[in-house]
Design a protein around this ligand. Structure first.
Ligand SMILES: Cc1ncc(COP(=O)(O)O)c(C=O)c1O
Length: 458
């Protein structure tokens, strides 16, 4: 049985029209093996993994031996033990200690989970508990940013701004107001950093006042917003969010599920932008994709309230801090430190930035955004406001561009949701030659797409 038929029979894929597999000649893409920054499909074709899997394979695929050695040692020693009712194990204790050492000052405590959405829900529960314990139970509302993605479980879905993903599942668990994100391209006219920051903070403050400041529990944001296409903040934005949090008494959560562990050249991407959050959510790169894990970090100031003597944290997961995942995370951190992976990103990020920004000269490109090893190229058609006609959308975004990228041996993300774009998040081990190859493939593809756009619209 071929793979497409096998999936149709038994496997429900994420974010996939499972009943339409194979239609229009779209066969299932089956990845069978990885090696360095490359993966291979079931036909043996090699691709540059321009997306680090799903923003998580920070080290690519070449460290299996070392990771397996750490995993085997842990499994032989202790394959499972919970972090439940005053019980723990050495791997989780050590990982929490390591994270506290890497995190911004004052971020000292960690609660482990199995992925990003669980980490976000844990953050919300801790935020709520904090306010209740401080005698402010009325703080039940959240703020997040327009177009943001913070996970798909029912709680985390509250903070994800995407009607298609939310509405089928009823009213959100947490009432959330969405405020302006930091995408300059959405501005009617250009603003400098100071004016843009002031505009964004005024928008956030208006939402806080609208919700009633005494009702607002948390503001959650990514240092660089993924959805909508790698959207960095202007200077002063995170400092301004900190001031608002302090003025109105809510907690600030930095969702670093994507931006953590070197993606932006820092252990915590928020460090690049002066972020001083109260909580941080982590997942993906924490194990470099070698095992599932999430984490919620809590500042000493919040923990002081949460950990009052006798106060029980009524929250938990069977696999919180699973010894295997914790041992793998520790080894992945060892490797990242030993092989100076963050230095590699810092050494090459400017080169990548230059190559990506140069794509802006192509007629089909509306904007190029990003930081570190995380970039998006927003595409524009030639209709009013850069819109694509239906024919051009179908021919280019749903066909030519993804097909050509893959034919040329690059796995990149081609979106057509919040904005039409091509996105990359390459493994952090990538050096200049591989980054050049990625940029060359995108340039050739978008050059061809630009010509096709002109002939389609003629
Ligand atoms: C910023 C952010 N937060 C949370 C999540 C949810 O993580 P997970 O898919 O591990 O539940 C994601 C997933 O992509 C994410 O990008």
């Amino acid at each position: 049985m071929n793979a497409t038929r096998a999936a149709e029979r038994h496997l429900l894929l994420n974010m996939t029209a499972n009943g339409s597999l194979g239609e229009g000649g779209k066969e299932l893409f089956v990845v069978t093996r990885g090696d360095g920054p490359y993966v291979y499909d079931s036909g043996g074709t090699r691709y540059i993994d321009g997306m680090s899997g799903l923003y998580c394979a920070q080290l690519g695929y070449g460290y299996a031996g070392e990771i397996a050695e750490a995993a085997e040692r842990q499994l032989r020693e202790l394959c499972y033990s919970p972090l439940w009712t005053a019980s723990a194990h050495p791997a989780a204790l050590e990982l929490a200690r390591r994270l506290a050492g890497l995190a911004p000052d004052g971020m000292e405590h960690t609660f482990f989970s199995s992925g990003g959405a669980e980490a976000v829900e844990t953050a919300w529960k801790i935020v709520r508990r904090y306010h209740v314990l401080r005698g402010e139970p009325g703080r039940t509302k959240a703020l997040a940013r327009r177009g943001a993605y913070h996970g798909l479980t029912l709680g985390a879905l509250s903070f994800t701004d995407h009607p298609e993903l939310k509405e089928p599942y009823g009213p959100p668990a947490v009432p959330t107001t969405f405020v302006a994100n930091t995408n300059r391209a959405l501005l009617p006219e250009p603003l400098d950093d100071a004016a843009f920051t002031a505009h964004l903070l005024a928008d956030a403050e208006a939402a806080i006042l609208g919700a009633g400041p005494e009702n607002v529990a948390m503001f959650i944001a990514e240092p660089v917003q993924n959805r909508g296409g790698c959207i960095p903040p202007p200077a002063g934005y995170w400092e301004g969010l900190r001031r608002l949090a302090d003025r109105y008494g809510f907690l600030l959560v930095a969702d670093e599920v994507i931006t953590g562990f070197g993606r932006l050249g820092e252990w915590f991407g928020g460090d690049r932008y002066g972020a001083r959050p109260d909580l941080i959510t982590l997942a993906k790169g924490i194990t470099a994709g070698y095992a599932p894990m999430g984490a919620t970090m809590v500042s000493a100031r919040v923990a002081e309230v949460l950990n009052r003597p006798g106060e029980v944290l009524n929250h938990g997961y069977t696999f919180s801090g699973h010894p295997l995942c914790a041992a793998i995370a520790l080894r992945a951190l060892d490797i990242m430190e030993r092989d100076r992976v963050l230095d590699n990103v810092r050494a090459h990020q400017e080169h990548l930035a230059k190559r990506m920004i140069a794509l802006g000269a192509l007629p089909i490109v509306a904007d190029v955004r990003g930081a570190g090893y995380f970039y998006a190229v927003e595409l524009a058609g030639d209709r009013e406001g850069g819109a694509f006609s239906e024919a051009a959308r179908a021919a280019l975004i749903h066909d030519l561009i993804p097909r050509r990228l893959r034919e040329a041996g690059l796995l990149a993300r081609v979106y057509d949701r919040a904005a039409p774009l091509v996105q990359i998040a390459p493994p952090l081990i990538a050096e200049a030659d591989l980054l050049d190859r990625i940029a060359d493939i995108i340039a050739a593809t978008l050059d061809e797409a630009s010509h096709r756009l002109i002939s389609l619209e003629r």
